[in-house]
Design a protein around this ligand. Structure first.
Ligand code: ZN
Length: 170
């Protein structure tokens, strides 16, 4: 094993302070608000703070874009069927990294460099509102998620912290 990087060493130091004051030992595995949040991995979104959530209250599922991929469906399936969640909140955001990449160029670049095209889609998009609607549409079409009556979609503005609700039809 190589030595830990200075950053990891620093963070492990913070963990020891965190653990010394740990107070979540009694939390249950089922989220108490029965909510699953799907959002982007963007480093500016503090999901718990944005929604006023506390530890133990919700599942947070993140990837690049907060896209509904097969793996997100896998997580939501477990979340609803085994861990009792009933509502889904989708949070996409302004200034997303996926708005800055051209998918076709990206694929060609990888194919030229690696000799293989990615077998997954990067899922780039232009309009975060349209992308939330796309996500809701995908959720509505999967048989693996039984509870679909409470799905809310939002776009988070990274410049002021406001969540904007996404209507289904504009
Ligand atoms: Zn993003």
């Amino acid at each position: 094993m190589p030595d830990m990087s200075p950053q990891v060493t620093e963070l492990i130091g913070y963990n020891r302070e965190f653990a010394a004051a740990f107070h979540d030992a009694d939390l249950q595995v089922q989220p108490t608000r029965q909510i699953a949040v799907v959002t982007c991995m963007d480093s500016r979104i503090d999901t718990f703070a944005v929604l006023g959530l506390a530890n133990g209250e919700a599942h947070i599922i993140r990837n690049a874009g907060g896209v509904i991929t097969d793996d997100v469906i896998r997580s939501l399936c477990l979340s609803q069927r085994f861990l009792g969640t009933r509502e889904i909140i989708l949070v996409h955001h302004t200034d997303c990294g996926l708005q800055k990449v051209d998918e076709a160029e990206f694929r060609d670049e990888l194919a030229a460099e690696l000799g293989v095209k990615p077998w997954w889609s990067l899922e780039t998009f232009a309009d975060p509102y349209e992308d939330v609607r796309q996500s809701i549409q995908r959720l509505s079409m999967t048989p693996f998620i039984p509870h679909k009556h409470q799905i809310a979609g939002f776009v988070y503005d990274v410049t002021d912290g406001v969540l904007h609700e996404v209507g289904l039809d504009h």
